[in-house]
Design a protein around this ligand. Structure first.
Ligand SMILES: Cc1cc2nc3c(=O)[nH]c(=O)nc-3n(C[C@H](O)[C@H](O)[C@H](O)COP(=O)(O)OP(=O)(O)OC[C@H]3O[C@@H](n4cnc5c(N)ncnc54)[C@H](O)[C@@H]3O)c2cc1C
Length: 291
């Protein structure tokens, strides 16, 4: 399949890229790793008039510690997230999530910024980014703004980003003592996308009770979301298998599960419960080992 004709731009600096997206607004599409945009263009589900290739912009691929948080450049590939020694030490769940995306080729080309901006309902990072309470930095010609992950995903393939904005960075707080996080996913066997995926991030109190739990879910609904009802059921409680099992039953509350050729709504809801329970169990084990 051949995409519709488009005008191709390859800016050399972020400033130049920002001017181009500002000028062309919603007639333009950014191209990062191309692993979501190009398939859509080939199927003619997307036909941008201008393609602005940011894939070679310098200085937008990094993972570093600054001012108490971990900063990840938008053009950092899934493979670099997977193999990051800093993340392995300070936020292993993000590397664990990246390692479960697609296959080696997808992980070598796809970028974390592209994945978040694309907001595929079966993408992996959104669940983890939500559970980590990450912040997303968006730049435009008028400056930058910080968007909490919780507000970022609006609907299927729709985020808070405005035309004219470029996602430049993701910020994460390093894991704290007595906290642990895990990502568990049911793979779609052909693509690797999540039929459902659950990320859990748990902080234990001194006596071993759950002080705080954050749970991000992908795949179940049109957009990734925080499972507030699960979190509320856990907060302040003593850990037990029954508690985790009962809490995980609340995962679909208030959501409309997707139904497609890969999984019915009923199956997705049930798998979301199972994978939430698994993610919570592993997150708690890790929190106990991280005292
Ligand atoms: C065979 C296959 C299997 C896959 N399996 C999985 C999987 O298991 N799990 C998973 O999560 N993903 C999977 N993916 C998707 C993959 O992770 C993509 O790489 C990712 O979703 C998009 O990143 P990209 O850099 O390729 O973005 P692109 O395809 O270049 O862009 C995607 C969209 O985001 C916009 N965009 C890109 N960068 C920015 C930015 N910095 N600021 C603002 N907008 C931006 C683009 O304009 C476009 O609309 C798979 C893809 C393929 C082809």
């Amino acid at each position: 399949m051949i995409p519709a004709p488009f005008e191709y731009h390859a800016p050399k600096t972020l400033e130049e890229a920002l001017r181009l997206v500002q000028r062309h607004g919603d007639e333009a599409k950014l191209l990062a790793g191309g692993h979501s945009l190009l398939p859509l263009m080939k199927l003619r589900l997307a036909a941008p008039r201008y393609v602005i290739d940011i894939g070679n912009l310098r200085g937008m691929s990094y993972i570093r510690e600054e001012n108490g948080h971990i900063a990840i450049g938008a053009l950092t590939t899934h493979a670099d997230v997977e193999g990051s020694a800093l993340l392995e030490l300070k936020c292993p769940v993000l590397a664990e999530t990246a390692a479960q995306i697609g296959d080696v080729q997808v992980r070598n080309r796809g970028t974390i910024g592209g994945s978040l901006a694309h907001a595929d309902p079966g993408a992996d990072y959104p669940a983890t980014i939500l559970a980590l309470d990450a912040e997303i930095i968006a730049a435009s010609t008028s400056g930058t703004r910080t968007i909490p992950a919780r507000d970022f995903f609006v609907d299927m393939l729709t985020t808070q980003l405005h035309p004219g904005e470029i996602l430049t960075q993701i910020r994460i707080v390093p894991r704290r003592p007595q906290s642990g996080a895990a990502y568990e996913k049911l793979h779609q066997p052909a693509s690797g996308f999540a039929i459902v995926g659950a990320a859990a991030n748990v902080l234990l109190a001194k006596g071993g009770k759950i002080e705080q739990a954050a749970v991000g879910i992908t795949g179940l609904a049109a957009k990734a979301f925080r499972a507030d009802a699960v979190e509320r059921a856990l907060a302040g409680k003593a850990v037990s298998e029954k508690l985790i099992d009962d809490a995980a039953r609340n995962v679909g509350q208030g959501t409309e599960p997707l139904s497609d050729l890969h999984a019915s709504a009923e199956y997705r809801r049930e798998m979301a419960r199972v994978f939430t329970r698994r993610a919570l169990t592993r997150a708690i084990e890790r929190a106990r080992g991280n005292a």
